[in-house]
Design a protein around this ligand. Structure first.
Ligand SMILES: [Zn+2]
Length: 300
């Protein structure tokens, strides 16, 4: 069987899956935030329980926030900053006592959706995770594309395109730069923007309830959010022109995203035509674990 682990900033989830995609068991634990060794221990425990309860051993694929330096294999580019510079792959291999595959979580989403999700039948899939951060992954022909620097999909750390004066210099980002796309379009940024203006901390879906109820401030913040996301994704169209955008993370559950985003991208692309489909991840929050499990699919 295949085991997939989604090592997220708030939860660590594991799935035991058959090579045809049928799921046998799924387990979920809170991420010990800020505790790197604790994370490794939780992952090892989840895998041990998956194997004990299914009575089978599996190949292990792990989706992590950020990625690995191509040569040193140390963690990089993760908003879960406690794993930066850590020998993630080596420590996981030692804890699990076998070979594993480690992949960026957005790449797992992209691969999972390309194989049997919203991106099935599309050659170039650009998957976006809009949650506590703004990650992206690219799958080509059903496989994650990395590049020589393991940097493909580091989209969220480009500067926000076509900034308004009020958006400069932008908020500082955990990556060390200022005004990154992530600071404008993550789910956390949307709620933060609302909190700054309304003085109230609400979840994205609660803000959208206000938009639907005719709340003017909430509507203006939503329109601004979508405009920023549209600007952010327009440079992806100008650079890669993927066959489909697949949306994951908490913000992907907002129906208005699919209504409002196409026009917001279209008015910023170089091309006057914009017909790219924008779809919600079919496996939703499960895409991370499924994509991680699929890391071994060609070997099975
Ligand atoms: Zn950044």
């Amino acid at each position: 069987m295949l085991i997939g682990i989604d090592w997220g900033g708030t939860k660590i989830e594991g799935v035991a899956m058959l090579p045809d995609g049928r799921e046998l068991l799924r387990l979920r634990e809170d991420t010990p935030r800020g505790d790197y060794k604790g994370c490794i221990a939780v992952i090892a425990d989840v895998i041990a329980r998956l194997e004990r309860e299914t009575g089978q051993t599996g190949s292990i694929g792990i989706g992590m926030p950020g990625s690995l330096e191509p040569k040193s294999r140390l963690g990089k580019g993760a908003s879960s900053t406690w794993l930066l510079g850590q020998p993630v792959e080596k420590d996981l291999r030692e804890a699990l006592k076998r070979d594993i595959k480690v992949e960026n979580d957005a790449d797992c989403l992209a691969a999972s959706e390309a194989v049997d999700g919203a991106g099935a039948g599309h050659n170039v899939v650009f998957a976006v995770i809009l949650g506590s951060s703004a990650g992206a992954g690219i799958a080509v022909g059903g496989r994650a594309h990395h590049g020589p620097n393991n940097s493909a999909g580091d989209w969220g750390h480009n500067p926000l395109p076509y900034p308004h004066v009020s958006e400069l210099p932008g908020l500082p980002c955990w990556c060390g730069k200022t005004g990154c796309i992530e600071q404008f379009v993550s789910g956390r940024s949307f709620t933060g923007d609302y909190q700054r203006h309304a003085g109230q901390e609400l979840k994205p879906w609660q803000i959208m309830e206000k938009v639907r109820g005719g709340d003017r401030l909430a509507r203006l913040l939503w329109e601004r959010y979508i405009d920023r996301l549209g600007r952010g994704l327009s440079i992806v169209v100008n650079t890669l022109d993927p066959d489909i955008f697949v949306m994951g993370g908490g913000m992907s559950n907002i129906d208005e995203l699919y209504r409002d985003l196409p026009a917001a991208i279209a008015r910023n692309t170089f091309s006057v035509v914009f017909e790219t489909p924008i779809k919600k991840a079919v496996h939703g929050d499960s895409s991370g674990v499924r994509g991680a499990a699929w890391l071994w699919k060609d070997e099975k």
